[in-house]
Ligand binder design. Structure first.
Ligand SMILES: Nc1ncnc2c1ncn2[C@@H]1O[C@H](COP(=O)(O)OP(=O)(O)OP(=O)(O)O)[C@@H](O)[C@H]1O
Length: 363
């Protein structure tokens, strides 16, 4: 009985729910991960090729609409990163996919099945690292893992799981004595015990030191290589850059940008930047063909950025740079710390957070 409570608590949201939680029950069926995704039928009897499918999802808390008509898919062996500003609706989306909330409108499917209430055919195949883990503070690490193992049909060995997350030397330590980052690693360990085919990771590396974070990235990429579908939310953009096959950026409940990282960054243009020379006024800077100019303050210094977007970005950035260098040469102006670079995910994110971006790179 205790183990059921632990598993339920570990996957539950503590407050403010808008629907009753379905209690988790012990897992009973053995799942062969190598074949399950090809052979498990959907509710309609067809063989779904998508692990996760979200269509026109809307989710409201009372009169407040937290998720406003989003759609995306995740295939087996793919990691999809859901990024976004605070309160954008990422956790709400994951909780809906986990089966904790019924959509206000639209549909969500996991292997073709409606996840609401965590139906038995999905319990075997899905696990999560949620933002609020709900570990029992008085239990040891080993006892906690064992309780999760009791619920799994084909659990990983306790020693293997502990080694995977580098908690072997903490096996006999009580949860209350773990650091925040160690607790997060234990959360991940618990999600790995049951060998899930779909893994929801809601800010899984928050509180981890850089080494633990890198180790977690390796674990997650190995899982994806083995065919696991992962839906990740994170505020660490580097994490998304390292792990994501595709990503979406949410803002105010909507997906504003979606696509493969390379496509998104290419669509966001190239940047030519330099420190504003002392004897040049911002209004005296040249207009460069096909480039938008912006002057602001970076690290306390005036900084000029020309952004080139649209068709043939590379060619136009090249021509803009040539024009700029000719202008500087004619005036004997030195362009300090001159740089030409592609857009970063941070550029895209900040544009989205600042509003005013057009949807781009949508599949
Ligand atoms: N139980 C709830 N009752 C009412 N409003 C809620 C509830 N849960 C979330 N919200 C609101 O819904 C919006 C989306 O919240 P959500 O937690 O999904 O965002 P998020 O993208 O995960 O944010 P963060 O990055 O800060 O974790 C927020 O405005 C939040 O205040």
């Amino acid at each position: 009985m205790t183990s059921v409570i632990v598993a339920w608590q570990r996957n539950s949201r503590p407050t403010g729910d808008n629907s009753a939680y379905p209690a988790r029950t012990p897992k009973a069926k053995l799942v062969d991960m190598s074949t399950a995704q090809q052979t498990s039928p959907s509710a309609t009897g067809s063989v779904p090729t998508l692990a996760i499918s979200v269509r026109d999802l809307r989710q409201s808390y009372g009169t407040f609409e937290a998720v406003r008509g989003i759609s995306f898919d995740v295939a087996p062996g793919e990691l999809f990163a859901l990024l976004g500003t605070n309160g954008a609706g990422k956790t709400t989306t994951i909780e809906t996919l986990e089966g904790f909330r019924r959509p206000s409108a639209g549909t969500v499917r996991v292997f073709g099945v409606d996840p609401y209430g965590q139906p038995p055919e999905l319990r075997e195949r899905v696990d999560a690292v949620l933002q609020h883990s709900g570990l029992f503070e008085e239990l040891t690490v080993a006892e906690t893992i064992d309780l999760s193992r009791d619920l799994a049909a084909d659990p990983r060995d306790r020693a293997d799981v502990l080694e995977l997350v580098s908690l072997t030397d903490k096996a006999d330590v009580a949860i209350r004595q773990l650091s925040g980052g160690q607790k997060r690693r234990l959360d991940l360990a618990l999600a790995l015990v049951s060998r899930p085919e779909v893994l929801f990771l809601d800010e899984p590396t928050t509180g981890m030191d850089p080494e633990a974070r890198h180790a977690t990235w390796k674990i997650v990429s190995d899982l994806v290589s083995e065919g696991v579908a992962v839906l990740l939310t994170t505020h660490y953009l580097e994490e998304a850059e390292r792990l994501a096959d595709r990503l979406a950026i949410m803002h105010h409940g909507e997906i504003r940008v979606e696509g493969r990282l390379d496509d998104v960054l290419t669509g966001w243009g190239d940047r030519i930047g330099f420190r504003l020379p002392e004897r040049v006024r911002a209004e005296d800077l040249p207009d460069l063909p096909g480039a938008d100019r912006d002057v602001d303050v970076h690290n306390g210094e005036p900084w000029v950025t020309y952004t080139v977007t649209g068709e043939d970005t590379a060619g136009r950035a090249h021509r803009a740079l040539a024009t700029l260098l000719a202008w500087a040469g004619e005036r004997a102006v030195l362009l300090e710390r001159l740089q030409v670079r592609g857009a970063s995910l941070e550029d895209v994110f900040l544009d989205v957070a600042g509003g005013g971006v057009a949807d781009l790179a949508r599949d």
